[in-house]
Design a protein around this ligand. Structure first.
Ligand code: GTP
Ligand code: MG
Length: 236
């Protein structure tokens, strides 16, 4: 039902940055011709928290047997359908290691539509470092209206949990974010992983529908083409 594509935009050199920009421009122009909207969602957090595995679970439907530290960014796309509209969810799986991300940070945040902050429930330091990740995001002029969610990954490791749910929930509330506790590894959690991205996509669709309505009003057109549906199938 859903299509997946994957490209590596990684690297710290200038030539790779240039490749990334041009491939994105191409993607945009091609997609405009078939009028498919693209929602850019970035996945941020410490190295080793499972960002690559989560994005792989959503776009590819499985847990990767082996992962290497991400260099720069890997971006994957999944075509989804929300209320009859085909949308491309473009997930930017970013590098957690500073040395693999520093020349890419501007690319991550440019024109971002939503942000997923990930920590590892078995590693307290990855939870404590969220403040730094949020600061970085805010420092790149990401609008407060850009939806953000918090994801505690590796919940399958029940006997190693260091970050209690109530502590994570309190933090998420203080940051006005939804909290998802899940596991990229446990196949029983795959629906929950999908919900992270689908929830954001639904919110973005709703936001953009409102935007279109305003535009159409301004232009004096007759009818809103995409009324927000109160009974929409948003997983959150
Ligand atoms: N038990 C368990 N292990 C996981 C889970 N998700 C990821 N891992 C493991 O955690 C390690 C790191 O996963 P990655 O997805 O590569 O981590 P990352 O956040 O992308 O790391 P960087 O690319 O360096 O930023 C790998 O050994 C994964 O197999 C999970 O849900 N449960
Ligand atoms: Mg990675």
């Amino acid at each position: 039902m859903a299509e997946e594509s994957h490209a590596n935009g990684g690297g710290t050199g200038r030539s790779k940055d240039a490749n990334l920009s041009s491939s994105l421009e191409l993607g945009t122009s091609l997609d405009q011709s078939v009028q498919t909207r693209i929602f850019k969602i970035i996945v941020i957090g410490d190295s080793n928290v499972g960002k690559t595995c989560l994005t792989f679970r959503f776009t590819g439907g499985s847990f990767p047997g082996k992962t290497e530290a991400t260099i720069g960014v890997d971006f994957r796309e999944k075509a989804v359908e929300i209320e009859g509209e085909k949308i491309k969810v473009q997930v930017w799986d970013t590098a957690g290691q500073e040395r693999f991300r520093k020349s890419m940070v501007e690319h991550y945040y440019r024109n971002v539509h939503a942000v997923v902050f990930v920590y590892d429930v078995t590693k307290m330091s990855s939870f404590q470092n969220l403040k730094t990740w949020i600061q970085e995001c805010n420092g790149h002029r990401v609008s407060p209206s850009v939806p953000r969610v918090l994801v505690g990954n590796k919940c399958d490791l029940l006997d190693q949990i260091q970050v209690p749910s109530n502590v994570a929930l309190k933090f998420a509330d203080s940051q006005n974010m939804l909290l998802f506790e899940t596991s990229a590894k446990d196949p029983k959690e795959s629906q929950n992983v999908d919900s992270i991205f689908m929830c954001l996509a639904c919110r973005l669709k709703a936001q953009k529908s409102l935007l279109y309505r305003d535009v159409e009003r301004e232009e004096g057109r007759l009818k809103l083409s995409q009324e927000p549906n109160p009974r929409n199938a948003c997983p959150c």
